[in-house]
Design a protein around this ligand. Structure first.
Ligand code: M6R
Length: 617
């Protein structure tokens, strides 16, 4: 979490860095700050609790000139969100500045040592400790800044992406990473450089970028090629310059009020892009290089363990239903944060599938490392190309959903399910669990999903009216069975994270084992009651809610008549195979949360206390 960005070159740095901070604000928005330096070697440091827009207000009357700048947008870990704890931080001499994304776990021990040596601290942050440690190491060893950063980092336990400079050397920035992402954009002939947590702040300036790997440090000097070395053994690394594929429109709102709404509406094309080149329905093939190249492993897998967090974990649960039902492979779905610490049994014949939109989630990354060290083959399903998880896994498939900026995951969820569906269908067919004709039929049905999602999005106005009725409800229940139980969990997560209404998802039949006690006339209950998914049983559950005066919002299959008679509101989804319904039932639930949150005046794209990419455990 936290976003860092920076510029070193011939242009005025302020507009580039402030714009970059706005693009990175999805990573944290507790506070924002910027430091600028020009050839006069003065330190211009401005920071504040609040958002980048607050920072922009503050600097209106200040000197913001300089060709070198670092910026930071914070998701607080050590120290409350206030001005002092905001980044950038400055060393005691006032010479070195730093921005940091991550956590220095042993900061307290280091801080005590530094205090003994006379250092003082203005903030409660681990980052201020780190910049003073770097200063202390540099003084002690009388070395260049790059060396001092490297030596200091060998004493550090934790995770970091940092950018550091010395105001007396305004032509050089040192960056390093361990566990938190860091990209460097390179201008023509090394005349300018851009630093950022992801490439979005600099895509309009350059297409050439380096993604640092863990334990790497780079020395960025104007007019020179970037030098990269390993922090621990000092070995030289040849930088891998990649060409960025991202485009500007993809990271802008494109006329929508919020990124979340834009991303909900992008789902037909996002799902289509996930299919592209893979679902060859007319040829009767699913082509997935990463699965094809490891097909023996997949077919011989005794078990698949899916690890993920949040929405990606919910996609994993849908994956469990798909892979067990269609491919008949036993599946366990684990919260990555639990898996990594509970001494799990991992066998060599197990396949671990790690799911992550950002590809940077710290717990998922740690779960992958654990699984690999136990000999498992780890397959990643990620959205962000070149992300840490994409690189750490043995193989994997990108979702190709395009950038997801809204903190609440929407298109990432449906495209993750799309990849899992393709894998399940492919393995089910190859294992002989799906007959040829059924397989071909499924491919045709899958192919029609994007247009069905498109059609479904026209329920938006109806969902908005329902949202207006329930926007003040203090609680909400979400119920589903089978394939749609994880969708109920996801619907509840969406509502609570962006509207702050307490919501719970349950398997519909579990209701009578406890949650039914909550039902009265003030409790909206969202029930997914699709035609083929244990329909009669869900109808009975709906009757049970009705008898207790609960208010029912039902998601039903087109043409349903029975639920219509009982429910207060019905939202119809187009008919499809039950296994594919999560791709449709999810959509109205996303819209419902969105409209409720907007009507409650919540910040939909940046809900409180959250960040898009959770790079701390
Ligand atoms: O980037 P990841 O998919 O690994 O992120 C996992 C969760 O942090 C994420 O899904 C989170 O739950 C979202 N805010 C949900 O909308």
């Amino acid at each position: 979490m936290c976003g860092i960005t920076g510029y070193l070159g011939f242009r005025e740095a302020y507009p580039i860095v402030i714009n970059g901070l706005q693009r990175l604000e999805y990573r944290g928005y507790d506070s924002a700050g910027i430091v600028l330096t020009s050839s006069d070697k003065k330190l211009k440091l401005y920071k504040t609790k609040g958002k980048v827009s607050d920072l922009k207000e503050i600097v209106k009357t200040k000197d913001i000139t300089g060709n070198l700048a670092l910026g930071h947008t914070r998701w607080a870990t050590h120290g409350i969100p206030n001005d002092e704890n905001s980044h950038p931080h400055v060393s005691n001499s006032g010479r070195l500045v730093i921005v940091h994304n991550g956590i220095i776990e042993n900061y307290d021990t280091i801080k005590k040592e530094l205090i003994k040596r006379g250092y003082t601290f203005q903030s409660d942050t681990d980052t201020e400790v780190l910049i003073n440690l770097i200063e202390e190491v540099q003084i002690k060893n009388n070395c260049k800044l790059g060396k001092a950063v490297q030596l200091a980092l060998t004493n550090v336990v934790g995770a970091y992406a940092i950018a550091v400079y010395d105001i007396n050397k305004p032509d050089e920035v040192i960056v390093a990473r361990l566990g938190s992402p860091l990209a460097i954009g390179i201008g023509e002939n090394n005349s300018e450089f851009f630093i950022a947590s992801d490439a979005s702040p600099f895509i309009e300036f350059t297409r050439d970028a380096i993604y640092l790997d863990d334990e790497e440090l780079a020395i960025i000097k104007l007019g020179k090629k970037i030098r990269v070395r390993k922090i621990n053994d000092d070995s030289i690394v040849k930088p891998n310059i990649q060409e960025l594929k991202l485009n500007l429109e993809q990271i802008e709102k494109g006329g929508y009020d919020h990124f979340m709404l834009k991303e909900i509406y992008e789902q037909p094309s996002a799902i289509f892009d996930t299919f592209r080149g893979r679902l060859l329905a007319d040829q009767g093939i699913i082509k997935m290089g990463s699965v094809d190249n490891n097909i023996t492993k997949f077919l011989n897998a005794k078990r698949i363990i899916i690890v993920a967090c949040g929405t990606s974990w919910h996609a994993g649960l849908v994956g469990e239903y798909l892979l067990e039902d269609i491919a008949r492979i036993p599946v366990e779905v684990e919260y990555a944060s639990e898996f990594r610490y509970r001494n799990p049994i991992i066998n060599k014949d197990d396949i671990v599938i790690a799911i992550s939109q950002s590809g940077e989630t710290a717990d998922t990354l740690a779960a992958i490392k654990l699984a690999k060290s136990n000999g498992a083959f780890v397959f990643g399903i990620c959205n962000v190309v070149g992300s840490s998880i994409a690189r750490e896994t043995n193989s994997g498939a990108y979702t190709h959903a395009g950038p997801e900026i809204g903190v609440a995951s929407t298109k990432a969820f449906t495209t993750q399910i799309t990849v899992l569906t393709l894998i399940a269908l492919k393995l089910g067919h190859l294992k002989g669990e799906l007959s040829n004709s059924k397989f071909h039929n499924y491919l045709q049905i899958m192919k029609s999903i994007p247009s069905k999602v498109e059609k479904l999005l026209t329920v938006s106005a109806k969902v908005e009216k329902i949202a207006a009725i329930y926007k003040d409800a203090p609680n909400c229940l979400y119920l589903g069975r089978g394939y749609n139980f994880p969708v109920a969990l996801e619907g509840a997560l969406k509502l609570k994270e962006i509207s702050y209404i307490h919501a719970e998802g349950y398997p519909a039949a579990e209701m009578k084992h406890g949650p039914i006690a909550l039902i009265d006339e003030s409790m909206p209950v969202v029930v997914i009651a699709t035609k083929k998914g244990h329909y009669e049983k869900v109808v009975s559950n709906i009757q049970e809610i009705k008898s207790r005066n609960g208010r029912i919002i039902a998601i039903v299959t087109e043409g349903d008549t029975i639920v219509k008679e009982i429910a207060d509101h019905v939202i119809e989804i187009p008919e499809t195979e039950e296994a594919f319904t999560p791709l449709l039932t999810t959509i109205p639930l996303q819209l419902l949360s969105y409209y409720i949150a907007v009507m409650r005046g919540c910040n939909v794209d940046q809900p409180r206390n959250l960040a898009k990419s959770v790079t701390v455990e």
